[in-house]
Structures are given as structure tokens and as C-alpha cells.
Write a protein of this length. Structure first.
Length: 116
């Protein structure tokens, strides 16, 4: 089982990044996919989630209207499009796969730094 994130980096405030998470080793289309972020000294925060069929999404209030989560089950990929980035968005972003019966997988994470 693997979840591999990519697309992080350094971006100026107001800029955009698109994170990707490639999944392998499990039945991707059966899993709810989520993006979390971890800021040093703070608890890991759920940022966005998408149902297994992609029909429903949800976001933490601080990113609503700026971030969009999407998935491609044929490619076994989940994405996080991040626009209008702010310094407070800085952190390590990780993707998570979860089933209703409690099976959970995590990726290693990718660093996002928003700074001028």
C-alpha cells in the first residue's frame, strides 16, 4: 500500500499550487480520500475530504472558496487545488485513505510554504 504526495513547494501569498496523491496497493475507489495539514506545534487538521465516488466534498471553513479537492478513480489519484494561498496555509500536507470499517492509510506528506 502506498500513498505518494507531490506538488508542494514555496509560493508567494496569493499564488496557487496543485497537490497530487497517487494511490496503489488497495481498492482506491472504495475509500474516502482526505487532505490534512500539519503545522509545527499544532494538531493535524482536516482540510478537505471527498467521498469514494467523488459525489460529495467537504472543507474546513478556512479554505472554503479557495481549495478544491477532486479525484480520478481510473487513475487512482486525488488532487487538492489551492488558490489564493495565505501564509497560514503553510504546513505539511498529507493525504489519507479511509473506509467506513476503519481501514486507514496515510501518505508521507509534502511541504507547502507560503511566503514572500
Amino acid at each position: 500500500v502506498q500513498l505518494v504526495e507531490s506538488g508542494g513547494g514555496l509560493v508567494q501569498p496569493g499564488g496557487s499550487l496543485r497537490l497530487s496523491c497517487a494511490a496503489s496497493g488497495f481498492t482506491f475507489s472504495s475509500y474516502v480520500m482526505s487532505w490534512y495539514r500539519q503545522i509545527p506545534g499544532k494538531e493535524r487538521e482536516l482540510v478537505a475530504a471527498i467521498t469514494s465516488d467523488g459525489g460529495r466534498t467537504n472543507y474546513v471553513d478556512s479554505v472554503k472558496g479557495r481549495f478544491t479537492i477532486s479525484r480520478d478513480n481510473a487513475k487512482r489519484m486525488v488532487y487538492l487545488q489551492m488558490n489564493s494561498l495565505k501564509p497560514d496555509d503553510t504546513g505539511v500536507y498529507s493525504c489519507k485513505a479511509a473506509t467506513w470499517w476503519g481501514q486507514v492509510y496515510w501518505g508521507q506528506g509534502t511541504q507547502v510554504t507560503v511566503s514572500s
